[in-house]
Design a protein around this ligand. Structure first.
Ligand code: FAD
Length: 291
């Protein structure tokens, strides 16, 4: 099933993101966690791709397993920046052979050792080139792209970021998923601006439940997201009590999702970080809304 067809539904739904294991020894435990999440019947599940493609096989194995064993549509992520054209084409063929219909086309973060390198010789400099490649290889794929309500950290300003985003969508993205954010007003402002810029594809807001105090710093460092005072106060008060922080983080994410639903969003993507208990708790909190 293509994600774009799910997004056209009026029904409220949640999708979940999982990540593949970094090593073979973790494969079974990660697979088990992703299966527990799949059993919750989300609208779809996305499986991330290790930067540089180190865990590419696992991404596909997990995406295929979720789809075939649990009937949950899967979205396989693919990055391009540190790969050759040949490798990317191989990956695209693998995705098609696995029967995956949805691909998240990403540039990927620039590896530290390549920062400052001459980029003119790279096969891929931006995600837009991967979107074009995917479209060329298989016109029937449902392609997603990433977007940044608080602008991408490398962008000079939001106007430029949105101009490049429009180029990426025009190259063939059917939908966009956002970077995590903790203040819904940032998303609403962003939606207004991108609609004004002529980007009309569905936007899937990404919400990250912060369930332990240590996660906060890492999440902000990775995403550059603004942390509202209301959330900082929660972390200050409950960050050192794991059970309380988990409950508060789930409640905060639930609250964000309810507000998004109330304001016209129908599918929210939850960065569930391979945590079936967190995914189940959020679904439980929303059971009557999602019914
Ligand atoms: P791009 O769309 O290429 O944008 C990157 C920067 O380049 C932006 O500043 C943009 O404005 C600029 N730009 C774009 N096009 C042009 C152009 N033509 N000329 C000049 N500048 C341009 N990383 C992983 O490694 N694996 C994952 O599975 C993964 N999943 C993600 C899922 C989501 C929903 C999000 C939001 C991010 C994800 N990431 C993942 C992180 C992502 O790879 C990084 O944020 C990366 O730095 C940018 O990727 P992108 O696809 O948005 O890049």
């Amino acid at each position: 099933m293509k994600i774009i067809d799910l997004l056209n539904s009026e029904k409220f739904s949640l999708s979940f993101e999982v990540f593949p294991p970094k090593t073979e020894s973790n494969y079974e435990s990660v697979k088990h966690a992703t299966e527990e999440i799949a059993k919750l019947s989300p609208s779809f599940m996305s499986v991330t791709y290790g930067a540089g493609g180190g865990t590419s096989r696992y991404t596909l194995d997990i995406a295929k397993n979720i789809k075939e064993r649990y009937g949950v549509p899967s979205l396989a992520h693919l990055t391009c920046v540190s790969s050759t054209r040949e490798t990317v084409r191989e990956r695209i063929n693998d995705i098609r052979s696995a029967g995956i219909q949805n691909v998240m086309a990403l540039r990927g973060d620039i590896p530290v050792e390549l920062e400052g390198a001459d980029r003119s010789t790279w096969d891929y400099k931006h995600a837009v080139e991967l979107v074009r490649e995917l479209r060329e290889c298989d016109g029937d794929l449902c392609i997603g792209g990433a977007c940044y309500p608080e602008i991408h950290p490398e962008s000079r300003n939001q106007r430029e970021d949105i101009r490049f985003l429009k180029e990426k969508v025009d190259a063939g993205c059917s939908f966009l998923t956002t970077q995590m954010f903790f203040d819904n007003n940032l998303l609403y402002n962003f939606l207004y601006k991108i609609r004004e810029a002529g980007i009309t594809v569905p936007i899937i807001p990404g919400v990250m439940p912060i369930t332990n105090g240590n996660q906060v710093e890492r999440a902000i460092k990775l995403s550059g997201s603004f942390m509202p005072q209301r959330f900082k106060t929660i972390v200050d008060r409950f960050g050192s009590d794991p059970a309380a922080m988990k409950q508060a983080g789930i409640a905060y994410a639930t609250d964000q999702i309810i507000d998004l639903f109330a304001n016209g969003i129908t599918n929210v993507h939850v960065y569930s970080m391979n945590k079936p208990d967190v995914a189940a708790a959020i679904l439980g909190n929303l059971s009557d809304i999602l019914r």
